[in-house]
Ligand binder design. Structure first.
Ligand SMILES: Cc1cc2nc3c(=O)[nH]c(=O)nc-3n(C[C@H](O)[C@H](O)[C@H](O)COP(=O)(O)OP(=O)(O)OC[C@H]3O[C@@H](n4cnc5c(N)ncnc54)[C@H](O)[C@@H]3O)c2cc1C
Length: 400
């Protein structure tokens, strides 16, 4: 039976839909998951919630029912989000699936889309990204993981690194070399079931004890040829599309790297710095810098909104992704640095009763914000893209 057949007909009026969503959430959302710490710790319960939302079609509510979505309009999605927030619930789908879903929609065959989009939307298959290698980060096209043609399948050998969420994923989309005679033109984009023999995942333990990244080792991993996404040797185009979507997503999504908890900079400054006799922030220099940061944030928000308007050409879309990525990471990093300055030692906590959850969140936002200008291509590499593809500057400016 397809998902379309299992879904009950949905209520048509906004009130009817709200009622239906509210009743379902009341019955199905495990209340323990209101606490983010439980979400992290209780993998089984989190999975149960993901599958429940997925089978309802609400992980990707905007997608068509035949791909595992619920065919929701923007207004319907707003209602769903409001109801999730009301009860302390959340959409369990992660950034990786949201970004890769767009790439799959763009480059997948109808068969690939029906299988993979549906499994993704139903929460049954989670994905990670196998692009970076120990010898290929910024120069991604220098990658050396090899896919050898073995008739109806490929044999993969190589190593990937910085694979976010590798330990909790089921499938990995990888860039592999299918032709060693050319650089960019010898790369293919391939979908690998991580349960395949020879696919090994090892955690990378960070200094704070967490392991958001993995190393992945591929030793004689057999992958059917139909798992190529896009054209053989055409993987660079697919990867560029994936990275463009990811860059925009990283720049614009809330609750990601570098986002401050709590009520915002002004409230923070009022609390920690205090007001003068005129009711203004007591430190005039800080006041000016907070105002400048807030104006930048507003300009970034408005520009981001403009870039979502229809009719943007593919060339401009690529450029916009790099510009937004750099502008977005700068906005978040400046905000976190200001928060640190405002709070002083209260933002230097790592644990303990002397610090509130929000205090600790500021320290973590400052640190994780640094990752934002590296992930999905570093700040400098985005500047290279902007200078070459947008401004048309030459590779070499100065000659000895
Ligand atoms: C939070 C996070 C999540 C990530 N998740 C994933 C993932 O899921 N999957 C995955 O495949 N990868 C992932 N990565 C890896 C990421 O894509 C790479 O770290 C990034 O592309 C940079 O590559 P590198 O680390 O090898 O640095 P390098 O390429 O070694 O760069 C080192 C420094 O040199 C600079 N540099 C390099 N080349 C140039 C140049 N031509 N011009 C100017 N400056 C240059 C860079 O800007 C950087 O500052 C993640 C990284 C982070 C931080």
């Amino acid at each position: 039976m397809t998902q379309a057949e299992t879904l009950e007909p949905r209520a048509t009026s906004a009130d009817g839909l709200r009622g239906e969503i509210r009743a379902w959430l009341e019955e199905n959302f495990p209340r323990e998951l209101v606490d983010p710490a439980v979400r992290e710790a209780d993998a089984d319960l989190s999975r149960k919630w993901r599958l429940a939302m997925g089978h309802k079609g609400w992980c990707f509510p905007q997608w068509p029912v035949e791909y595992g979505g619920a065919d929701f309009s923007r207004d319907d999605i707003k209602v769903l989000n409001e109801e999730l927030t009301r009860i302390g619930a959340y959409n369990p789908v992660g950034t990786r699936e949201q970004v890769f879903g767009e790439t799959m929609k763009q480059y997948g065959t109808e068969e690939q889309k029906r299988y993979h989009l549906t499994k993704m939307a139903q929460g049954e298959i989670r994905w990670c990204q196998g692009f970076s290698e120990p010898g290929a980060g910024s120069d991604l096209a220098g990658l050396s993981t090899k896919a050898e043609d073995a008739g109806d399948h490929y044999i993969l050998n190589g190593q990937k690194i910085w694979t976010s969420g590798g330990m909790e994923s089921d499938w990995c989309f990888c860039l592999v070399r299918t032709d060693t005679s050319q650089k960019h033109g010898g790369i293919s984009f391939i979908l690998v079931d991580m349960a395949s023999p020879g696919f090994e995942v090892r955690r990378i333990k960070l200094i704070d004890g967490t392991s958001p990244f993995c190393e992945t080792f591929l030793t004689d991993v057999k992958v059917p040829k139909e798992n190529i996404l896009g054209e053989v040797n055409g993987g660079w185009e697919v990867a560029r599309y994936q990275l463009q979507v990811e860059r925009k997503f990283v720049a614009m999504s809330k609750g990601s790297h570098g986002d401050l908890p709590g009520p915002g900079l002004v409230a923070l400054a009022q609390e920690h710095v205090g007001l003068d006799d005129d009711g203004k922030l007591a430190d005039a220099d800080l006041r000016g810098r907070i105002a400048a940061a807030l104006m930048e944030e507003q300009a970034f928000r408005l520009t981001s909104r403009r870039t979502a308007e229809p009719g943007i050409s593919p060339q401009v879309r690529g450029a916009v992704a790099s510009i937004l990525k750099n502008a977005g990471s700068t906005v978040k990093q400046v905000r976190a640095e200001l928060a640190l300055e405002i709070m002083g030692q209260q933002a230097m906590g790592w644990s303990g009763d002397a610090f509130s959850e929000d205090d600790l969140g500021v320290a973590r936002a400052f640190l994780s914000g640094k990752a934002m200008s590296i992930a999905a291509g570093s700040y400098e590499v985005q500047n290279n893209i902007i200078s070459k593809r947008v401004l048309g500057l030459p590779d070499t400016v100065y000659k000895a």
